[in-house]
Design a protein around this ligand. Sequence first.
Ligand SMILES: [Zn+2]
Ligand SMILES: [Zn+2]
Ligand SMILES: [Zn+2]
Length: 100
Amino acid sequence: MIKGIEIDSCGRCLHYHTDLDIVALQCGECKQYYACYQCHDQLCDHPFKAMDIRNSKPVMCGQCKNCLTFAQYQHYQCPFCQANFNPRCGLHKDIYFENK
Ligand SMILES: [Zn+2]
Ligand SMILES: [Zn+2]
Ligand SMILES: [Zn+2]
């Protein structure tokens, strides 16, 4: 289940809502999947903590709800449903992922 502000069925939120903005990211602190770090920080009592990418699936596809490893996410396409992801999310890697 994806959390966030004004999210739609594919995990788009108030902040990021183009056709490609359908991934959710897991917080290393509360382990919940959020549409984006801004949603997380507005809804949670702690700042978003980057997820250790070793032995984890820090990304959830908003279309098919399968969880992806960081390596799978690097292709910016879901290996399960072939949905395309927004490559511009890569600009925020430091916020979302640790031990890249
Ligand atoms: Zn959290
Ligand atoms: Zn958001
Ligand atoms: Zn998918």
